[in-house]
Design a protein around this ligand. Structure first.
Ligand code: CMP
Length: 134
């Protein structure tokens, strides 16, 4: 079994998509094993997205991620990292496959509803960022 970090971002929480998105994960066998609702502080957002510091989208990304509550969760399942990313669709919703979360619900490359770890190393780092070892 593999674990990945998933975030339901403030745009999706505001649009009442928490149940819809978690339902898609559960129906595909990606099961939340840790979960919390939180509003990112500017410090948490800056640290989480440190790799993007200096990019033109960085400041608006921090503003967006601190603008409201997010759901942060650990999803567990076979091949969880890749399968979560397949369910999300690519970053730009206009290029995302029909039926993916971003194609169905995201407004833009920034307001893109969900985050998912992109590698085993990222998943370990991101899970440790939000959850202590259980
Ligand atoms: P996420 O998967 O959370 O990782 C980095 C985030 O930065 C990404 O989703 C988008 O929300 C945002 N992002 C990445 N590229 C761009 C871009 N070109 N323009 C605006 N936002 C971006």
């Amino acid at each position: 079994m593999e674990q990945t970090l998933s975030i339901i971002k403030p745009d999706a929480v505001k649009k009442h998509l928490i149940g819809e998105i978690i339902g898609r994960f559960e129906r595909e066998g990606l099961i939340p094993v840790q979960l919390k609702m939180m509003q990112f502080t500017p410090e948490q957002a800056a640290s989480f997205y440190a790799e993007h510091l200096g990019r033109d989208f960085y400041d608006p990304l921090i503003d967006f991620m601190t603008s409201g509550s997010s759901i942060v969760m650990v999803l567990e399942g076979e091949d969880a990292i890749a399968r979560n990313r397949a369910l999300m669709g690519v970053t730009n919703p206009e290029q995302a496959e029909p039926g993916t979360i971003r194609a169905d619900f995201a407004e833009s490359t920034r307001l893109n509803c969900v985050h998912g770890s992109d590698s085993v190393a990222s998943a370990e780092r991101e899970i440790a960022f939000f959850f202590s070892q259980s």
